[in-house]
Design a protein around this ligand. Structure first.
Ligand code: ADP
Length: 647
């Protein structure tokens, strides 16, 4: 006897012992495997007609032997495949399973998540036998297992290629009545419930008379066989689409949204598309393969046909069925087929129209889609040199500082236009779409530059994705409102700067080329912030650097002339002036999320030392009247602390 792989053994125990409620799903799992095997053989038969057959699945019940048999005439398996495919649970392992169990998911979630498909047979059976013959082979093999210990594989007899899975049901307990699965009406019910959409006939032998032991030849087809995408809405069973989705795409959660469409025109097609509950684990990696399954009159001709969806909608799963293509068309020919291009265009349009509709009528739903796949939509707006930007710009959402929620660009601009004309508007220019960049909304909300905007009652959009600012550059403006980074080096008016030109120059000299120094009105409690002049913003510099391109932003230290720290600056002696400028520059770096420079801490230490000196200089007066800290503050703002600086 061969043992199950160690992990599988434990997992098998866990599966069997933790799934009670939905015991009946074993049938769905076995039928689904049979259907996959039939798909594979049917696909092969497209190029080799000798492999063709009357494809179908057969269910047999034997009450005396307590067995249920699921048979198919699909691809079948040889001895090695039996061992490889059924000897190991190809899932994420026992630890992951245990961990998932702690979150108390439903049985169905467990099964879906861990792909225990075939093993679900052990939920109801204590012995499972698989007899299989691979297409093209002459020898059949039997795989047999009596539970968690292991399995045997021996040569066996089977007339045609295909697979029989024979379950010997567990004995009935006080509560667990496994015999219910020996009732034909119950099996019929389960097929209808879970497997109605299977595209192959699922046959049950019709008993000719009750006590007949004679082999029966007459069969009843239990499932409707109509693919879900061909059914009218009224024909669809409750949750049928959801069942189809979960099963086809191995997702234990319901899809976020689905789109069904039927088009008659230059090319006829039916499509059923799903927005998954979340991106698949390999989405956004090189390994991810996008695409929809392409059918011709219900027969699969290509899985993951990429030509049917643009790259940015790659997260969408689903099927397209068209009668217009030849069954044996090759992949290469398909790629250049104009009908596919037409279908792809139609589907893209349909999906975007559905998204806009959702945004209008079911914002919450749209938002949940955007939260999962917004990055993809943004990527679409930016890629191909912005070819899709106009179709996508109204589907973008950004967090708004003033409204504390996601808003569209349209909504942002509407709120701008509802306001009294701003300075810029008065000069005949439309007010800008203000934005701020950063890694997270939390980090952005703490940027010094936001203070001024908040005080003026201006809203600011948060750009948290690297691509956001690139999209803004690409769009340039929305409805005539230019995009403007609040960290751009927009300076205070010359009138405001008058009298400070010398100070700004002196600060700039101290910074020695690291940054220009200008005045700004966008700060309140902060004395300084870092900005960038010209084409390259600080955020872009960072992104480019991460991608290995050294593009430098032109840094500007913007100062708040109303802040006491700046006002006092001109009264300071040279040494303290330099140290203070160093501290201010490093504060601006910190606020932008940069590291400080090596001279930062020594400068702080010298300034702190000087502060203590003032305390000592006038101890009595301060100590008597006020708390020492308040006194120290007052002292420093009333009178420059030059005394101890040169020590
Ligand atoms: P999954 O179907 O998710 O891959 P299963 O445990 O249900 O996982 O099945 C494991 C593998 O065994 C399948 O991928 C398939 O290769 C093979 N298999 C199962 N049932 C059949 C069948 N009826 N005919 C042919 N191969 C099968």
């Amino acid at each position: 006897m061969k043992e199950f792989k160690a992990q599988s053994k434990k997992l098998l125990d866990l599966v069997v012992n933790s799934i009670y409620v939905n015991r009946e799903i074993f049938l769905r799992e076995l039928i689904s495997n049979a259907s996959d095997a039939l798909d594979k053989r049917r696909f092969m038969s497209l190029t080799d007609s000798a492999l063709s057959a009357d494809f179908g699945i057969e269910l047999k019940i034997d009450k005396t032997a307590r067995t249920i048999t699921v048979s198919d005439n699909g691809v079948g398996m040889n001895d090695k495949e039996l061992e490889d495919n059924l000897g190991v649970i190809a899932a994420s392992g026992t630890e992951a399973f245990k961990k998932a169990q702690q979150d108390k998911p439903s049985d169905e979630q467990l099964i879906g998540q861990f792909g225990v498909g075939f093993y679900s047979a052990f939920i109801v059976a204590d012995s499972v036998t698989v007899i299989s013959k691979k297409v093209g082979d002459s020898q059949a093999y039997m795989w047999k297992s009596d539970g968690a210990e292991g399995f045997d594989i021996t040569p066996a007899e089977r007339v045609d290629a295909g697979t029989d899975v024979i379950l010997t049901l567990k004995p009935d307990g006080d509560e667990d009545k496994y015999s219910e699965f020996l009732e034909e009406w119950n099996i019929r019910k389960l097929v209808k419930k879970y497997s109605d959409y299977i595209r192959y006939p699922i046959r049950i032998p019709v008993s000719l008379n009750d006590d007949s032991d004679v082999a029966v030849e007459k069969y009843d087809v239990v499932n409707s066989m109509t693919p879900v995408w061909k059914k009218q809405k009224s024909e669809l069973g409750e949750n049928e689409l959801e069942e189809f989705y979960k099963h086809t795409y191995h997702d234990y959660r319901a899809p976020l949204y689905h789109v069904a469409t039927r088009v008659e025109g230059a090319v006829d097609y039916t499509a059923l598309l799903f927005v998954p509950s979340e991106p698949s684990y390999d989405y956004l990696t090189k390994d991810f393969k996008r695409g929809l399954s392409l059918y011709c009159n219900g027969v699969l001709i290509m899985e993951r046909c990429e030509e049917l969806v643009p790259e940015y909608l790659g997260f969408i799963r689903g099927v397209v069925d068209t009668p217009d293509l030849a069954l044996n068309i090759s992949r290469e020919t398909l790629q250049h087929d104009r009908r596919l291009v037409a279908i792809a265009k139609g589907l893209e349009k349909k999906v975007l129209a559905e998204f806009s509709k959702l945004l209008k009528n079911d914002r919450e739903k749209y938002q949940s889609i955007f939260e999962q796949f917004g990055k993809a939509i943004k990527f679409g707006a930016y890629s191909d040199f912005g070819a899709n930007k106009d179709k996508l710009k109204d589907l973008l959402m950004y967090y708004s500082d003033a409204q504390a929620k996601l808003v569209t660009l349209k909504e942002y601009v509407e709120q701008l236009e509802n306001k009294a004309p701003l300075d810029d508007a008065e000069r005949g220019k439309k007010a800008p779409v203000l934005y701020a960049c950063g890694e997270t909304t939390e980090k952005i909300s703490m940027l010094p530059q936001l203070e001024g905007a908040r005080e003026k009652g201006e809203d600011v959009l948060y750009f948290t994705d690297p691509v956001d600012e690139f999209i803004a550059r690409m769009l340039d403006s929305y409805d005539g409102h230019k995009f403007e980074n609040i960290a751009s080096g927009k300076d205070a008016s010359p009138a405001k700067t008058r009298g400070y030109e010398g100070l700004l120059k002196r600060m700039e000299q101290k910074l020695d080329g690291k940054a220009a120094v200008t005045a700004t009105t966008k700060l309140k409690s902060y004395p300084v912030c870092l900005a960038a002049k010209g084409e390259v913003s600080l955020e872009m510099e960072r992104i480019m650097e991460a991608m290995g391109n050294a593009v430098k932003a032109e840094r500007v230290l913007q100062v708040n002339l109303d802040h006491p720290a700046i006002k006092n600056l001109k009264n300071l002696p040279d040494g303290m002036f330099d140290d203070t400028v160093t501290v201010l520059y490093n504060e601006a770096l910190l606020a932008e999320g940069y590291k400080t420079e090596p001279d930062f801490l020594p400068a702080i230490n010298r300034l702190l030392g000087a502060l203590r000196g003032t305390e000592e200089a006038r101890p009595v007066k301060v100590a008597k009247k006020k708390a020492p800290t308040a006194g120290a503050k007052k002292a420093s703002s009333e009178k420059p602390v030059e005394q101890k600086n040169d020590e």
